[in-house]
Design a protein around this ligand. Structure first.
Ligand SMILES: Nc1nc2c(ncn2[C@@H]2O[C@H](COP(=O)(O)OP(=O)(O)OP(=O)(O)O)[C@@H](O)[C@H]2O)c(=O)[nH]1
Ligand SMILES: C=C(OP(=O)(O)O)C(=O)O
Length: 249
């Protein structure tokens, strides 16, 4: 995808799943927390840059980054996308964007947090799309991600049973990919180890790092949590939703 032509009015919710790069069918799992809690590290930046940080400002930015991430996935041929969130506005935006919005369930036994949400999404995807042979967990804050990079990564990822791509500084993870064997379909439900230091955690769990020299796919590696990240994403080229959200502030 190039960032210029986007039509989110197309409803992909009825799509049966199209072959993505690499030839097999991929199910993508994303997670977005409650909008009023999201991107707290960006709050000061928004206040400084725009003179205010009301919850609506940050929410619109979070939703925009999420929509650009979904759009990049779709451009890479990934139409099976489930988004786990406790937030009704996120779930509604997910449905409008042609993905499946899955309400987050917090239970005393299952716990809570990003990795639990990812696991919940993976189980749902497996039951809903049993012929998907691959699952990819993707951070939802990748506003500079291009379909070209995603396509390449999805082409290279299945060379390993479990593989991941780090963020720009190499300590975090933007994407974790698993390839199923027919006898172990639930193998990746609990694979995500996202959070601080997740690159090391994924490596320790046996995942293979894609592009360990960190020379490629900078657009995809730029997750946005801070002002510096936002500047980096801006200079790479923001997706249309994020560019539009920022222009309205
Ligand atoms: N569904 C769900 N998503 C989560 C949860 N925790 C984090 N996320 C999402 O995972 C990604 C990374 O989360 P964090 O870095 O913890 O939080 P953030 O909102 O990005 O930023 P900060 O508030 O500045 O930490 C974001 O897209 C979050 O929305 C959770 O408990 N449930
Ligand atoms: C959750 C992660 O990132 P961040 O907290 O930077 O969004 C991660 O890199 O695993």
């Amino acid at each position: 995808m190039d960032h210029s032509a986007v039509d989110l009015s197309v409803d992909l919710s009825a799509a049966s799943g199209s072959p993505a790069a690499g030839g097999a069918t991929v199910a993508a799992v994303l997670a977005v927390k409650s909008l009023h809690r999201a991107k707290s590290r960006l709050a000061a930046t928004l206040a400084t840059a725009f003179g205010h940080d009301d919850p609506t400002t940050r929410s619109s930015l979070v939703l925009a980054m999420f929509l650009d991430t979904v759009e990049a996935l779709r451009g890479a041929g990934v139409s099976r996308v489930v988004v786990v969130s406790p937030d009704d506005d996120v779930l509604a935006a997910a449905q409008r964007a042609g993905t499946h919005g899955l309400p987050e369930v917090v239970s005393p036994t299952a716990g809570s947090g990003l990795n639990v949400a990812f696991g919940h999404g993976a189980r749902w995807a497996r039951e809903t799309w049993p012929d998907s042979t691959r699952v990819v967990f993707v951070q939802a804050d990748l506003p500079a991600a291009t379909s070209g990079s995603l396509r390449e990564v999805l082409h290279e990822a299945p060379a390993h049973r479990l593989s991941f791509l780090t963020d720009r500084d190499g300590s975090g993870t933007v994407l974790l990919h698993g390839t199923f064997t027919p006898d172990d379909p639930g193998a990746f439900d609990d694979a995500p180890r996202f959070g601080p230091g997740s690159a090391a955690a994924h490596r320790a769990a046996g995942a293979v790092e894609l592009d360990p020299a960190h020379t490629r796919w900078t657009d995809l590696r730029t997750d946005v949590d801070t002002a510096t990240d936002l500047d980096a994403a801006r200079s790479l080229g923001l997706g249309p939703h994020t560019a539009d959200a920022l222009s309205r502030l």
